[in-house]
Design a protein around this ligand. Structure first.
Ligand SMILES: O=C[C@H](O)COP(=O)(O)O
Length: 262
């Protein structure tokens, strides 16, 4: 059986205040007793709180950006470049989230170019993709995901630094999560796609995580599926429930892989 280290990301989106970020970092994240050699934890505060969160969190909880610009640093008012994220000493960014794609016009091509920039500057990337409700109802989920992966692949110069986040748009923030079977079906297809289009080794090694209404109530069932290697959590990552999700994932990891995986 594959021995991939589980991965849990908390995407705080455009939420929070200095007070709530402090509370989350100190009371929820720093207080968990899980063994971080088994579950990798990365949280993504809004840009404005990145440095603050980094200063508060234990070193084994990584801090990620949620986006980066397509351009470098320079005369690009309002943009945050990969160079700025690197300069803060951070190692991660989320890219291609459906909110970026749908609300800010990020096409497959833009996402792929951003992924390339981030990787070229040494960042690791949580690359998001997934079908919308109409696409699922039309039965073209796997085609849509394959198209998004084909495009992402053009930008990926180092698969070791990529976590793939399958996030069906209809499940994001709706309270309707994919069932464990629905998630497993798409994750297995993603692994097959990796095997066919990249390599068997990359297919075996790459973490494929699920996002969309993950809570402390459904995390255990979702993580029990073979090809679900963790989560990208939105709303629940802003609450004490996030610690439960981390602990549930850690317990499943211990059941599945009794030894550290790295
Ligand atoms: O990046 C996280 C996803 O958008 C999931 O958000 P959610 O857990 O609030 O549904």
């Amino acid at each position: 059986m594959a021995r991939r280290q589980f991965f849990v990301g908390g995407n705080w989106k455009s939420n929070g205040t200095q007070a709530s970020v402090r509370e989350l970092c100190e009371q929820v994240l720093n207080s968990t007793s899980i063994d971080f050699s088994r579950v990798q934890v990365v949280v993504a505060p809004a840009f404005i709180f990145l440095q603050f969160a980094r200063s508060l969190l234990r070193p084994n909880i990584a801090v990620s950006a949620q986006n980066c610009s397509l351009t470098g640093s320079g005369p690009f008012t309002g943009e945050v470049a990969v160079e700025h994220i690197v300069d803060l000493g951070l190692n991660w960014t989320i890219l291609g989230h459906s909110e970026r794609r749908n609300l800010y016009g990020e096409t497959d091509d833009i996402v792929s170019k951003k992924v390339n920039r981030a990787l070229a500057h040494g960042l690791s990337v949580i690359a998001c993709f997934g079908e919308n409700l109409q696409e699922r109802k039309s039965g073209i989920t796997l085609d849509v995901v394959a198209r998004q992966l084909d495009s992402l692949k053009k930008g990926i110069i180092d698969w070791n630094k990529v976590v793939l986040a399958y996030e069906p748009v209809w499940a994001i923030g709706t309270g309707i999560n994919a069932t464990p079977e629905q998630a497993q079906e798409v994750h297995a297809m993603i692994r097959n796609w990796l095997s066919t289009n990249v390599s068997a080794e990359v297919a075996e090694r790459t973490r494929v995580i699920y996002g969309g209404s993950v809570t402390d109530q459904n995390a255990a069932q979702l993580i029990s599926k073979n090809d679900v290697d963790g989560f990208l959590v939105g709303g629940a990552s802003l609450k004490p429930a996030f610690r439960v999700i981390l602990e549930v994932t850690n317990t499943q990891h211990l059941n599945q892989f009794p030894y550290p995986c790295i």
